[in-house]
Write a protein that binds this ligand. Sequence first.
Ligand code: FNR
Length: 396
Amino acid sequence: DIYFQALTAGKKPITTTDPNKLEQQAREAMSPQGFNYLFGGAGEQATMHANRLAFRQWKVIPRMLRDTLPRNLSVKLFGKTYDSPILMAPIGVQSAYHADAETGVAKACAALNVPFIYSTASKTETRPPTSSAPTLVPDSKPSRWFQLYWPVDDDITASLLSRARVAGCEVLVVTLDTFTMAWRPLDLDTGFLPFAVGEGNALGFSDSVFRQKFADKFGGEAAVEDNILAASRYWAGEVFSGHAHKWEDLATLRKLWGDRPIVLKGVLSVEDAVLAARSGVDGIIVSNHGGRQLDGAVPSLEMLPEIVDAVGDRLTVMFDSGIRTGVDVLKALALGAKAVLVGRPVIYGLGITGTEGAKHVLASLLADVDQSMGLLGAQTVAELNRSMLRKISYGG
Ligand code: FNR
């Protein structure tokens, strides 16, 4: 279908389905600050590039004359069946890329049954501070998860989590690798630090516990809105505070979140994966934050097989960092990931034409996964395994 649509669709929202051209179109459509923040990696971007090279090293070995129709991309995560193994990665400050922001991406995800992971660093907060019925992001049915940048203050954490629960978030994703911002020369060069000017802080700013604490700290009636800079600093200090938490503190999150699943994002070592399994969480995301945190960190694909071998029987192991094509998705699944998160490409679509652009990118990726799975000789995700892969050092 996607071929025929592409050939007949007259004026398409985005003119390309090629990942590299998509990046180029986004560069042309967006402000330099917004694009650089979205595109960039940390340091000299070595890990960001290595994420792609790691995918190139693996080649797939297709099988012929097999039944591959009707294809079924569904996967089961934490007892629930999802239409496909693709989730929208939590991406902060989406209003910096297009006015449609989180609401637009959530809509695009809803249209395609892709779970939307709502970032703590989100600008869109539709709930008026006084309302008792938070909606976080509207129209993000059928499935939304909540990503936590874990505040130092347990009262604030409790408040955020209770709002996320009431808003219907099914899974808590706790990001471990961003307790402080990495060294990002691109943003330093363009002078862009979204959190410092209020962007992406809406969830915190509208939180009644945070507001009360802000007023207490800055005197009486001090309103967040009257002093965005001070509020930004206070909020950033809460969520990017350095090493505030340890493994044993996960018990606090379990108490606050209850029995819904908890997933740790940013696990790269086998040792930490084993600690995660012992800590009582339900899953992990093997991730280096798309190469945006510790530059020089190992590509997450490189660590995926060892981590799956160590904890795959106890934890739901998911993956992100560097996925750009359908066959990338299949490689991660064949190496043992139960699902994958996709970040930048969808937001390039958002940056180019808003909601429709995000939807175009997601729909194209899903079609690519479907088609490539057939060409590989598989009908269901469960059939993907390591016998379909070969690691080849000359890349290409
Ligand atoms: C991110 N990522 C991220 N992760 C998270 O847990 N909370 C967040 O708020 C953000 N914000 C964010 C902003 C931008 C602009 C990017 C590019 C990434 C990381 C994200 O969830 C994911 O790990 C990576 O994007 C995956 O790599 P790819 O798919 O972009 O290569």
